[in-house]
Ligand binder design. Structure first.
Ligand code: HEC
Length: 308
């Protein structure tokens, strides 16, 4: 047992495979942390699991860098299998009362990363053979310090990137940082930008949203509402004008057109009064904390930008 937990040195091939697996685990963990701060933190149990996935991914990778390949293999397989099973369950039978449909860019990337991690991890474990269990020449302390520095650097980089994502640095929905979108723009800019300067996407990683389509509605009120939407709603709802791609709730470009202002207001303040087909109640928090003016503006904004 102790032998299994002792540091071991692996040959180049298993090292390469396991490092590749670690990259896949890092991508999966990063995506989970990102999505957590983009709205999933609001979803009971699932949100917590997203956070645990990201933290587990980070720890697992650090174990590999600390020369504990066996523990890495166990962690990597556990996280990847668990994640894939959960992804599939949420799209079929539901998991902890949570259901989703389809795979958007983030779900797809997560799935591919976790799918890649499994064969890479297994391949690395098989290539390592007995060395994984600490058989063979014990690691002589001090002998292989050549790559020691590289391991430390890698550990620091991974910790900063993944750890940052976990605590929500730079994630639009996180509360550790003000939302990047028009947050300041709403208060400082006026109607001077004729075409309504394109606000940056709510998080730097929103790679799947075109950055160059100008918002449909401009002006200070629209900017304010767009900022509010990006801050409070974007994690769960798709809305082209706010460049959001959330999928926990319905696509607002699809469902809002034709809806009266009174109905929209009720949707926001008392979301469970009437819920959309295929979207379970209790998921959307009620936004009864919004001020009267904010609410009126938000409703007008939504009606305006979804007008067809
Ligand atoms: C945690 C995720 C989440 C957040 C945050 C969220 N929503 Fe929702 N929203 C949902 C879900 C799920 C539904 C569908 C179930 C329901 O109607 O309650 C929904 C439904 C709606 C509907 C009704 C759609 C329909 O077809 O009936 C509107 C409108 C809406 N949301 C607007 C907003 C606005 C505006 C905000 C921000 C102030 C917001 N939502 C924030 C998850 C969310």
């Amino acid at each position: 047992m102790r032998r299994w937990l002792a540091p071991v040195a692996l040959a180049p091939l298993p090292t390469l495979l396991l490092v590749a697996a670690a990259v896949a685990v890092a991508v999966g963990g990063y995506e989970h942390a990102h999505l957590y701060h983009q709205g999933y933190s609001e979803v009971a149990t699932i949100g917590t699991l997203f956070l645990l996935n990201a933290i587990g991914s980070l720890l697992t990778i650090l174990l590999l860098l600390a020369r504990r390949p066996l523990l890495f293999v166990v962690g990597s397989l556990g996280i990847s299998f668990g994640s894939i099973v959960a992804l599939v369950l949420t799209r079929t039978t539901g998991l902890f009362g949570f259901e989703e449909s389809g795979y958007d860019g983030h779900a797809m990337l997560t799935l591919l990363a976790e799918l890649a991690a499994i064969p890479l991890t297994l391949g690395g474990a098989i290539a390592a053979g007995g060395a994984l269990l600490g058989e063979g020449a014990p690691l002589v302390p001090g002998r292989s310090t050549r790559d020691g520095a590289a391991r430390v650097v890698a550990a620091v980089v991974v910790t900063i990137v993944l750890g940052g994502a976990i605590v929500g640095v730079g994630q639009g929905g996180g509360d550790s940082e003000p939302p990047t979108l028009a947050g300041d723009g709403a208060t400082t800019t006026t109607t001077t930008a004729p075409s309504g300067g394109t606000p940056p996407p709510s998080a730097s990683e929103s790679e799947d949203t075109p950055a160059d389509d100008a918002p449909a509605v401009s002006g200070a009120v629209a900017d304010r509402s767009r900022a509010l939407f990006s801050d409070r709603c974007a994690g769960c709802h798709t809305l082209a004008d706010a460049e959001s791609t959330g999928r926990i709730g319905p696509d607002l470009d699809q469902v809002v057109p034709g809806r009266s202002a009174a109905k929209l207001r009720e949707d926001i303040v008392d979301p469970d009064a009437e819920t959309t087909d295929g979207f379970p109640a209790g998921r959307m928090p009620s936004f009864d904390d919004l001020g009267e003016q904010q609410l009126t503006e938000l409703v007008d904004y939504l009606a305006e930008v979804t007008r067809r």
